[in-house]
Design a protein around this ligand. Structure first.
Ligand code: PGA
Length: 255
């Protein structure tokens, strides 16, 4: 299998932006712009926006995702949301292990793994984020780190469950900074992720895996990034908050 046979997925990650009414308005604006997409289109929104987003996206090709999920089914975890709560609300995807969660909220490779398992066991599709800091890159640890994060995140994930996993390579130094990895750097990083998956699950499973790039992907640079053999889509922060920009990225992925 090669790039042409893998599903391309463009996913917006709204982070802590948009109220429910703003979410509805933005999705209404996006719907006609992405309706002919030749790739999967996902919007990962704040928990509180989920009902409005699911309602607004109904009948369209836009799927709704969340930005995190807790690893326990229920219990005394104040402020957390379970996988079952998400699926019942109509959520189909969930971002796990975003670098902002790793940096600001104490997310570790172990909790990323637990969240991934909880999501997959509940039937959600997991968008698992990995990525090196600038310091790690400059020290020459990018490959080691990406392979380690990938394997840790997938511990105890079965080969069957892997079909519901997307991995997003997001160099920490490129997120929200306006500094994009070059297309070659993105391709190389995504390749390290795919190689790690091949080491655990075999080449065929690795070749079938959708690996996104994320980090300042925008309407201007998407086409070059998405043309790379190992780049099967994007996880889009800032540019997913503007309908025309997001639609341009979806169009680039549909070529
Ligand atoms: P950015 O964010 O596109 O704003 O860099 C990407 C992400 O954090 O997923």
């Amino acid at each position: 299998m090669n790039k042409a046979k893998r599903s391309a997925v463009i996913a917006g990650n709204w982070k802590m932006n948009k109220t429910p009414s703003e979410a509805k308005a933005l999705i209404e604006e996006m719907k006609p712009l992405v309706k002919d997409a030749g790739c999967d289109v996902v919007l990962c929104v704040p928990f509180i926006d989920v009902p409005a987003a699911v309602e607004a996206a109904k009948g369209s090709n836009i799927k709704i995702g969340a930005e995190n999920v807790h690893f326990k089914a229920s219990g005394a975890y104040t402020g957390e949301i379970s996988a079952e709560m998400l699926t019942e609300a109509g959520v189909e995807y969930v971002v796990i292990g975003h670098s902002e969660r790793r940096t600001y909220f104490g997310e570790t490779d172990q909790t990323v793994n637990l969240r991934t398992l909880a999501a997959l066991n509940a039937g959600l599709k997991a968008i698992v984020c990995v990525g090196e800091t600038l310091e790690q890159r400059e020290l020459g640890y990018t490959e080691t780190l990406l392979k380690f994060q990938t394997k840790m995140a997938l511990t105890n994930v079965t080969k069957e469950q892997l079909k519901n996993v997307i991995i997003a390579y997001e160099p920490v130094w490129a997120i929200g900074t306006g500094v994009t990895a070059t297309a070659d750097q993105a391709d190389e990083g995504n390749g390290f992720v795919r190689a790690a998956v091949a080491e655990v699950y075999g080449e065929e499973a690795a070749q079938a895996l959708t690996v996104q790039y994320g980090g300042s992907m925008n309407a201007g640079n998407a086409e070059e990034l998405l043309a790379k053999e190992n780049v099967d889509g994007g996880l889009i922060g800032g540019a997913s908050l503007k309908a025309p920009d997001f639609a341009a990225i979806v169009a680039a992925a549909s070529k």
